[in-house]
Design a protein around this ligand. Structure first.
Ligand code: ADP
Length: 460
């Protein structure tokens, strides 16, 4: 069943149940209160009739029988059958004797109406005797019969009927409204969900192009739509990186492989003498491929690990001394001097990875600094961070290229760098590792003046 139908159905069911319950309870309550009220009213009417008859006593056994007659007839019309006796039990006035046909009509009407409206009520005409009092003295008895425990006049039953009609119409209106609102609400809720679902399906088929637009003010749904959009962006970015990587790798490999192939071919065909120089050139190309593969391996390892870091407390000063030692030969070869200044407290980090950062930065500094240059490594700390910078007085990087040097395969002034052997992966590795530690890395550089790479790492 579709979410939308399910939601609207549930909504309608809940409202239907509530409205039905409300209508039932209010009906029961109103009916029972109304009946009590009517019963009390009838009892009061009977007493009023008795009091009115009492007022017709003229004293010394005399009655205004004309008035008693009209009171009795009026009472009969209202459903009260009256018989009046004097103190000696003589009948003074009797409704049945007076107007038998009228009485029967009233009785039959009331009985028929009550039986129709309340078939389960066991009502019947009952009589009660009331003592007629006049100035505190009993002057006779009135026997009053009416349909009990209560009966409804035409007006009363009309009133009840319109009350029921009103509650039924209110219930029906609520139900229709609730169905309309339910349909609208469930459409609003289900729309972004189904859009997100179909976007996810498209993504699983490799289509990351579509951006879902779903107007909604429900926080969770907005979050869902945003997450799906973000996911599609990330996947599409990764997809383009993957394609880019393949293109870059083949491009990087093509040059050395072609050059090696043509050289070797020429030597095999006897066009070229296999001199030491030519063999050395082939060896250099092979070495270039070797180092590219090594870089790629390092990058792949870092990215494949999902940056699981093996953290421990490490001293940056010790780490840098070790790193400088690794490059002793190269430094001597190029007659470069290295200084290590400052200090910083220990940080909680992955030693091997941070060492890799140091190695990459120092090897770049060595690579891009001409013979006799100076490299300064400085350690500092702030309240929440420790920093190290690697400054050289080498060839520098053009300002417009600085934003790109941390991207894979990016080499500033490409022609110049192919000579130097880098594949443009070292700084991408540096950036990945530093970001994985929650830190940041930046470069400042001026062509022919030198470069400074600064890494900031959080304490913990
Ligand atoms: P590569 O293997 O080419 O050195 P990197 O990712 O380490 O790749 O560096 C990217 C580019 O940034 C380099 O090709 C180079 O142009 C520039 N670069 C990096 N470090 C320095 C530096 N210390 N001095 C000058 N240029 C640098």
């Amino acid at each position: 069943m579709k979410l939308r139908n399910k939601l609207s159905l549930t909504f309608a069911m809940v409202v239907l149940f509530t409205v039905a319950l409300l209508a039932l309870l209010s009906n029961l309550f109103i009916n029972s209160e109304f009946k009590k009220y009517i019963a009390a009213q009838q009892e009061q009417s009977a007493r009023d009739i008795v009091a009115l008859i009492g007022a017709q006593y003229g004293g010394a056994g005399s009655w205004d029988l004309g008035m008693v007659n009209s009171i009795g007839l009026k009472a009969m019309e209202a459903g009260f059958i009256v018989t009046v006796y004097d103190n000696e039990q003589n009948i003074l006035w009797d409704a049945i004797q007076c107007d038998m046909a009228g009485c029967m009509k009233v009785i039959n009407n009331i009985e028929a109406r009550m039986r129709q409206q309340y078939p389960h009520m066991k009502g019947e005409f009952t009589s009660r005797d009331y003592t007629i009092m006049r100035q505190g003295v009993a002057v006779g008895t009135a026997k009053i019969s009416y349909y009990g425990p209560y009966f409804l006049s035409d007006n009363d039953s009309n009133f009840l009927r319109s009350l029921n009609t009103v509650s039924f119409s209110v219930g029906l209106t609520c139900l229709i409204l609730s169905i309309a609102v339910g349909l609208y609400m469930s459409k609003r809720i289900s729309e972004p969900i189904s859009k997100a679902a179909s976007a996810a399906r498209r993504m699983s088929n490799g289509d990351y192009t579509e951006h879902i637009e779903a107007e909604n003010d429900t926080a969770e749904l907005t979050e869902l739509v945003d997450s799906v959009n973000h996911l599609s962006k990330v996947l599409s970015y990764q997809e383009s990186l993957r394609k880019q990587l393949t293109a870059d790798v083949s491009h990087e490999l093509r040059t050395p492989v072609t050059s090696m192939q043509t050289h070797l071919e020429a030597m095999l065909d006897g066009i070229w003498e296999p001199t030491r120089e030519r063999l050395e050139s082939c060896y250099e190309e092979a070495a270039r491929i070797g180092s590219l593969v090594k870089d790629l391996e390092a990058l792949a390892r870092i990215e494949a690990d999902g940056f699981s870091l093996n953290k421990d407390w490490i001293s940056l000063k010790k780490l840098w001394s070790k790193t400088i030692n690794i490059f002793e030969l190269e430094l001597e070869d190029k007659n470069l001097s290295v200084t290590l200044d400052g200090d910083a407290r220990e940080i909680f980090a992955d030693e091997e990875r941070i060492q890799q950062v140091a190695v990459n930065l120092l090897s770049n500094a060595i690579k891009y600094t001409p013979d006799g240059g100076i490299i300064n490594i400085t350690l500092t700390e702030t309240k929440y961070h420790v920093l190290f910078s690697v400054a050289d007085d080498g060839i520098g990087i053009p300002g417009n290229e600085i934003p790109f040097i941390f991207e894979r395969f990016y080499r500033a002034e490409k022609s110049r760098n192919r000579k130097m052997g880098g594949a443009g992966i070292g700084l991408a590795i540096v950036k990945s590792i530093v970001l994985a530690h929650g830190g940041e890395v930046k470069a400042d550089s001026f062509p022919d003046k030198g470069s400074v790479f600064t890494v900031t790492l959080p304490n913990g």
